[in-house]
Design a binder for this molecule. Structure first.
Ligand code: FAD
Length: 393
């Protein structure tokens, strides 16, 4: 069993972002003897959201955190879905293995679980954001949009695709974010079709709409995806996002007119470009990036949540194993995480390319599902041993 050296003295780590990567890292940092603070821009925990799934090594991380059973209990238990034409007639079955992975949960449920697992040992600051970072030999002076300035030994950007930490420490978003040519809108609505643990998907080349059940069939999530180059819009203006989607889907068949009306009324609404983050290095002095902020693979990879968990485990483990020597730890974290991120990004690009092809036949779908099942380990795949598996809360 690997022995974890504790840092020479308690090191303080500020983590920007309290979604998946941030709380998972905070959990491991605390276990290794560091003091973690999370600053999250949202005023409170974000509930609901879309479904995310885990595979392979990510199951190991959940297992080591003692959370695997709880995550399984929250699972969406999604069954196969149906591909439908403009009249709503089913023409193919979409196997669950292709979209729900080994274990799928609502992202908000996962965030809440990680929060509950860390809240007693981690300082959470909601409704604030890093405003500036000034590094010197001994640490980082951080100013915030609302709170008073503070010093930390290290700063981790786990603040997603549009990371503020990345912008401050590495440069503007345009230098690192690569658009995959697809935009996605997702919103919460009633399960008005009365579906049970399933979904319906309507797809034409370059455009797709779908609806899937959520929360034990009491709700549903619907999504619109469409191909487009870089669109100009205000990222903080949901009304503008809804107008863009409505224009793209005007005149489409199936349930699209009803879904557009539902979207218009939806309070829980997400809209963004599908994109990847590509960087030569993930650290700059005492600042390091984790999860989507540093190596977003895009929604079409189906690996974003998994790699956020794996990255958190490896980063905290390396900091602990090197007694807090952040330069050596960041390099070791990057060496281990880079091949994984590269594989996930390749999957993300392949998934995006499929979006532009005509809807696949049942044969092709079945073959893809067989392939996914063969290549998706359903048991935890063990990572390098940085924390005892048996130590459960
Ligand atoms: C539509 C869609 C579908 C997806 N489907 C899947 C899937 O099926 N399977 C899967 O594995 N992954 C999926 N993903 C990807 C997955 O959601 C992400 O990869 C994963 O959530 C990454 O976690 P993260 O913690 O790195 O970043 P995020 O989850 O993006 O979290 C970033 C956090 O930082 C906060 N933040 C942002 N800016 C600041 C700031 N300035 N200061 C403080 N806090 C800030 C945000 O509020 C947020 O809480 C999907 C993504 C999308 C967009």
């Amino acid at each position: 069993m690997h022995q974890t050296p504790t840092p020479r003295q308690t090191q303080s780590v500020l983590i920007s972002g309290g979604s998946v990567a941030g709380p998972a890292l905070a959990y491991w940092l605390h276990r290794h003897g560091f003091a973690a603070t999370i600053v999250e821009r949202a005023p409170q925990l974000r509930d609901g959201g879309y479904a995310v799934d885990f595979r392979g090594e990510a199951l190991d991380v959940l297992d080591r955190m003692g959370l695997l059973a709880e995550v399984r209990a929250l699972g969406t238990r999604m069954g196969d879905a149906a591909l439908v034409d403009a009249e709503g007639r089913q023409y193919a079955t979409l196997p669950a293995a292709l979209f729900a992975g080994d274990l799928e949960v609502l992202k908000g449920d996962l965030t809440r679980l990680l929060y509950e697992a860390t809240r007693e040992n981690v300082e959470y600051v909601f409704g604030d954001s890093i405003a500036s970072l000034h590094q010197d030999a001994d640490g980082v002076l951080v100013t915030f949009e609302r709170g008073a300035p503070r010093r930390f030994d290290l700063v981790v950007g786990a603040d997603g695709l549009h990371s503020r930490t990345r912008a401050l420490a590495f440069g503007p978003e345009e230098d690192f974010v690569r658009h995959l040519g697809i935009y996605t809108a997702i919103f919460t609505l009633d399960n008005y079709l009365g579906l049970e643990n399933t979904g319906r998907l309507y797809a034409v080349p370059g455009k797709a709409a779908n609806i899937f059940t959520a929360r034990g069939n009491t709700e549903a999530r619907a999504a619109f995806h469409f191909a487009a180059g870089g669109l100009e819009y205000d990222r903080r203006d949901p009304a503008a996002h809804k107008r863009i989607v409505a224009e793209r889907f005007a005149g489409e068949g199936w349930e699209v007119p009803r879904l557009l009306r539902e979207m218009d009324a939806a309070e829980e609404f997400f809209f963004d470009a599908n994109a990847q983050v590509v960087m030569d290095t993930w650290s700059a002095g005492r600042v390091v990036l984790l999860g989507d902020a540093g190596y977003c693979a895009g929604p079409t990879s189906g690996r974003g949540t998994s790699q956020a968990l794996i990255g958190a485990y490896l980063l905290a483990g390396e900091l602990a194993a090197r007694g807090g020597d952040h330069t050596a730890a960041f390099a070791a974290y990057e060496r281990q995480m880079r091949p994984r991120a590269a594989e996930h990004q390749a999957l993300g690009r392949e998934g995006a390319e499929r979006f532009f092809l005509p809807a696949p036949t049942q044969d092709v779908l079945d073959r893809l599902a067989d392939h996914a099942r063969e290549n998706t380990p359903t048991a935890p795949v063990r990572l390098p041993d940085r924390a005892p598996v048996a130590a459960r809360p």
